[in-house]
Design a protein around this ligand. Structure first.
Ligand code: NAD
Length: 266
């Protein structure tokens, strides 16, 4: 793969506390030919989007068990749309990618990284310039009508929610929902099949910001390791797969990833 230099090297001040760990990760990256990154809500925490499970209390007013549940949406779609109007739109629409997102885009650009498999629905990998992204849980910037499948983008949804509650399709009167996998729904089959293929053929999987407790997505790092890949886990809190990993780094990911990708090795 040719390097096309489209990702600008971002400005950052290396945090010396993580330089040693960053070097270890850099060595693994240098030795690898086919990297898959597996990302979760923690990679976007430094963009200001809180994780469901971490501290922060952002989700205390709107409960993820409700706004992200298909059973609850069927009962009361206004709950999701009130959450969208009051919290979600500003939070995700204004979020910028972190150094971690840019670092992964740069690894793709260098021909090192084959795919990002993400549990996130915020679209920040695309915004950072990554092209090969498998979104296991969909994308909260897209919407469609439950009645006729007509599609809507974020701006349309934002405009409609100013005058409607819940938001209704202008063609058929059906309820509009976000194009995300809610609790109680299956993952998109084609996406999970591709993610498994990439997982089975990578030689390094880098997990960034996932508690690795949401299944079936969290089985992929285990599968990568079983198929012979090395496994690096960068996560603030311990995960159930730490004992299997070749490298575990418990530190905020952004500065560390930038050092691993952009600083020269000594
Ligand atoms: P999770 O909330 O279960 O775990 C996030 C992990 O990230 C935690 O273990 C925490 O220690 C770690 N973390 C927090 N800040 C970090 C940082 N700066 N650097 C490194 N690690 C950090 O997240 P999950 O495993 O992705 O599963 C949660 C589900 O919630 C997913 O299905 C996802 O779709 C959804 N979700 C998505 C978003 C988003 O798109 N940004 C936000 C919240 C929840």
């Amino acid at each position: 793969m040719q390097q096309n230099n489209k990702i600008q090297r971002p400005q950052f001040t290396p945090d010396k506390n993580v330089s040693g760990e960053a070097k270890k990760l850099r060595r693994m990256i240098d030795e690898a030919q086919r990297i898959v990154a597996f990302t979760g809500a923690g990679i976007s925490a430094e963009s200001g989007i809180p994780t469901y499970r971490g501290a922060g209390g952002m989700w205390s007013k709107y409960d993820p068990e409700k706004f992200a549940s298909i059973d609850y949406f069927r009962k009361d779609p206004t709950y999701y749309w009130r959450f969208f109007k009051e919290c979600r739109h500003d939070l995700i629409a204004k979020a910028e990618p972190t150094l971690s997102h840019y670092a992964l885009a740069e690894l793709e650009n260098r021909g090192k990284l084959n795919t990002i498999v993400t549990q996130n629905i915020d679209g920040l990998h695309y915004l950072a310039g990554s092209e090969r992204v498998l979104e296991l849980h969909g994308n909260t910037n897209r919407f469609y009508c439950l009645g006729c499948s007509k599609q809507f983008n974020l701006n349309q949804a934002w405009e409609m929610v100013q005058t409607q509650m819940p938001v209704i399709c202008d063609d058929c009167g059906g309820i509009i929902r976000a194009d995300v996998v809610m609790f109680g729904e299956m993952l998109p089959e084609r996406t999970i099949t591709e993610a498994e293929q990439e997982t089975n053929s990578c030689d390094l999987m880098i997990v960034i910001g996932s508690s690795l407790v949401v299944y079936p997505a969290a089985s992929l790092p285990y599968q990568a390791k079983s198929a012979g890949a090395k496994l690096a886990i960068i996560n603030l809190d311990p995960t159930p797969l730490d004992s299997l990993a070749d490298l575990v780094i418990r530190h905020p990911a952004a500065n560390l990833m930038a050092q691993a990708v952009w600083l020269e090795q000594e």
